[in-house]
Design a binder for this molecule. Structure first.
Ligand SMILES: *[C@@H]1O[C@H](CO)[C@@H](O)[C@H](O)[C@H]1NC(C)=O
Ligand SMILES: *[C@@H]1O[C@H](CO)[C@@H](O)[C@H](O)[C@H]1NC(C)=O
Ligand SMILES: *[C@@H]1O[C@H](CO)[C@@H](O)[C@H](O)[C@H]1NC(C)=O
Ligand SMILES: *[C@@H]1O[C@H](CO)[C@@H](O)[C@H](O)[C@H]1NC(C)=O
Ligand SMILES: *[C@@H]1O[C@H](CO)[C@@H](O)[C@H](O)[C@H]1NC(C)=O
Ligand SMILES: *[C@@H]1O[C@H](CO)[C@@H](O)[C@H](O)[C@H]1NC(C)=O
Ligand SMILES: *[C@@H]1O[C@H](CO)[C@@H](O)[C@H](O)[C@H]1NC(C)=O
Length: 269
């Protein structure tokens, strides 16, 4: 509760900073090297902010207590599950705060106003299933959008967020008793471009049905990013002055890496 009110305060403070000093101070510190955040990064961060806020709100909508934990585990490991789930919620709060802090350096940033829709969760099995799906989707979404920035600070944040969510997904997924790592896999962890993430539908990799259209896909300042099973390539170059296919939303291929662990079975022991 205390932490919650602190978050609210930071939101207000962050908003004030955006318009007051921070854009000029960040410009002073790094624009001469061409590495300062640009208006393109502002859109990347608005997108990131909306996704982080969604997962945070999803967790906040369900109380995790010992009763819940015991249903995801046997009695000997219930306390560990409880502390891990609470730790994951806390860390996801920190991801929101990290996005908020960097956003204060983005020119003209304003937090998107999102009215999220949550899936109906009638039991703990469904809750854990969705938590896994959303953590995995955010991991892939942040890997994907890391290909949409020229700023080291934005790339750094997105790498960190992707690793955090991937770790959460792996832990939660292991509670579902899915096979998390397959020796036959030919792909690294999934990556999703913004168009796929914002598409409607409730499959892993898409959150459009839950976000209420509060953000649009950021456009790529370098061209279209084609995501493969191992790496991603810029497939067309859009010069700084050109406004032609920026590959943001519709022209980017909808492909992601073959998601080998698409959906875990909801088997809870
Ligand atoms: C745990 O939370 C559930 C709802 O999420 C609630 O029904 C239950 O009473 C709670 N148990 C305890 C011991 O607080
Ligand atoms: C509970 O789970 C742990 C690990 O998940 C396992 O080592 C232990 O044997 C299980 N205990 C029971 C009673 O099933
Ligand atoms: C996370 O933040 C929300 C407010 O956004 C707060 O209600 C909740 O208690 C926090 N949870 C943890 C585990 O820090
Ligand atoms: C949990 O709820 C889902 C639908 O939300 C349902 O399909 C599933 O059978 C339920 N599982 C249990 C154990 O009740
Ligand atoms: C996981 O699921 C498999 C297949 O259903 C089963 O054989 C195995 O015992 C389960 N493992 C655990 C730890 O529950
Ligand atoms: C996913 O969406 C389809 C079609 O809208 C719906 O029939 C299905 O119940 C949904 N599944 C879940 C788990 O929400
Ligand atoms: C990226 O380019 C390399 C070298 O040309 C090629 O081998 C690879 O298949 C390309 N990957 C994608 C996802 O286009």
């Amino acid at each position: 509760m205390r932490f919650g009110s602190q978050i609210t305060w930071l939101l207000v403070a962050g908003g004030a900073l955006t318009s007051a000093q921070s854009s000029s101070s960040s410009a002073a510190s790094s624009s001469s090297t061409g590495c300062a955040l640009t208006s393109s990064d502002t859109n990347v961060l608005r997108y990131t902010y909306a996704l982080s806020g969604f997962l945070n709100s999803f967790y906040a909508s369900t109380a995790i207590n010992s009763t819940v934990a015991s249903q995801v585990s046997n009695s000997t490991s219930a306390s560990k599950v409880l502390s891990n789930l609470q730790g994951i919620q806390h860390l996801d709060n920190l991801t929101v705060e990290a996005v908020r802090e960097l956003s204060s350096k983005a020119p003209g940033f304003s937090a998107p106003s999102c009215s999220y829709t949550f899936p109906t969760v009638s039991n703990i099995s469904a809750f854990v299933q969705y938590a896994y799906q959303f953590e995995y989707t955010l991991s892939g979404a942040f890997i994907g959008v890391a290909g949409y920035t020229k700023s080291p600070e934005v790339a750094f944040l997105l790498a960190r967020l992707a690793a955090e969510h991937s770790a959460h997904a792996t832990y939660i997924g292991s509670r579902l008793n899915s096979t998390m790592f397959q020796s036959s896999s030919s792909s690294l962890v999934s990556a999703y471009n913004p168009a796929q993430v914002l598409a409607s539908g409730n499959s892993t990799g898409s959150l459009g049905s839950y976000l209420g259209g509060c953000v649009s896909a950021p456009s790529n300042p370098c061209g279209a990013l084609k995501i493969g099973p191992l790496e991603a390539n810029i497939t067309s170059s859009a010069g700084a002055s050109s406004s032609t296919p920026l590959g943001g939303s519709s022209s980017t291929p909808m492909s992601s890496s073959a998601s080998s662990s698409s959906s875990a079975s909801a088997r809870l022991h």
